[in-house]
Design a protein around this ligand. Structure first.
Ligand code: HEC
Ligand code: HEC
Length: 257
């Protein structure tokens, strides 16, 4: 996927899989791997990779595998004589799972990766105040339209992923959140979040929350932006403040407050 920076550190840290030469790990691979992990692995290994005693899947240290190729073999073949089942994963799927396991080992592990470290009530105050998050995000019908609605974000994303969204917004822009910028032939600039597009038109939600359908032949230009309009908060908030905001977001499950 082109919408985020390539993960240079992953290139360095891991040799490419056989048959995947030249294909570096992209955020899309990691996203695919994460979905597979939650579909097929987390029921035994847990959402933090530590559900089985003596096995720590998010540590980059495996007792039974060193290289990506060995890891792939293990994930496909299972471990005979143990509960670890074989799985019929395609090259792309296996590549994604390995990429996800490797990426979790380098995901931020600050205080907020631990549910108890952040204070959700303080996080809510920062979200609405100092953080300025409501300028762009909505929670329960309050807030702006430049970014996605976060009312139920805690139900679909894990705490370390939320933290990474705040400290490194360009790391992964989810397909459903693609920022788009279009200029009409008479020069008007329209920015928003892509909803859908086809050969002739682009549908987006503009920054005021209006649904807009733009005919491509009426546009001078349009682009799907590679960088997020969201600033990184890495240096804008303290580690504790980020932990607080992550804790608040983690509790947003779409229910009324
Ligand atoms: C039914 C439960 C179960 C499921 C589902 C499962 N595993 Fe396992 N897995 C285990 C058990 C138990 C072990 C430990 C086996 C042993 O060494 O005794 C294990 C071991 C492993 C190891 C080796 C760890 C090491 O330190 O060498 C890896 C890697 C692994 N699993 C990855 C996965 C992945 C990835 C998935 C999903 C695609 C998955 N497992 C699905 C039960 C499961
Ligand atoms: C200038 C507008 C803007 C501000 C301010 C802003 N964001 Fe964002 N945010 C966005 C946009 C646009 C996206 C979607 C693109 C992306 O993923 O980076 C996004 C994405 C996110 C996501 C990922 C959502 C998902 O579906 O995975 C989270 C979480 C998030 N923002 C939290 C915050 C928090 C917390 C703050 C305040 C500390 C904040 N944002 C401030 C615009 C903004």
């Amino acid at each position: 996927m082109k919408f985020a920076r390539a993960l240079v550190w992953l290139f360095i840290a891991t040799a490419p899989l056989a048959g995947q030469e030249g294909h570096g790990v992209t955020p899309a691979d990691i996203q695919r791997g994460s979905q597979l992990y939650f579909a097929s692995c987390s029921r035994c290994h847990g959402e933090n990779g530590d559900g089985i005693a003596g096995v720590s899947l998010f540590s980059n240290r495996f007792r039974r595998a060193q290289t990506d190729a060995e890891l792939t073999g293990l994930i496909r073949g299972g471990i005979p004589g143990t509960a670890m089942p074989p799985g019929n994963y395609s090259d792309d799927q296996a590549f994604g799972i390995v990429a996800y396991l490797r990426s979790m080992a380098t995901a931020p592990r600050t205080a907020s990766a631990n549910t108890n470290a952040g204070d959700a009530a303080r996080g809510r105050t920062i979200f609405a105040g100092k953080g300025g998050c409501l300028i762009c995000h909505r929670v329960h019908d309050t807030g702006g339209f430049t970014g996605p609605d976060l009312t139920a974000i805690g139900a679909s994303r894990r705490l370390p992923d939320l933290e990474r969204s705040i400290t490194d917004p360009n790391f992964e822009i989810r397909d459903t959140n693609r920022p788009v910028r279009a200029v009409t032939k008479d020069g008007a600039v329209i920015q928003g979040t892509l909803l859908n597009y086809d050969t002739y038109s682009i549908q987006l939600m503009d920054t005021k929350g209006n649904l807009r359908a733009l005919q491509k032949d009426k546009l001078k230009e349009y682009e799907f932006m590679k960088t997020s309009p969201m600033p990184s908060y890495k240096d804008k908030l303290t580690a504790q403040e980020i932990a607080d905001v992550v804790s608040y977001l983690g509790g947003l499950k779409g229910l009324t407050q």
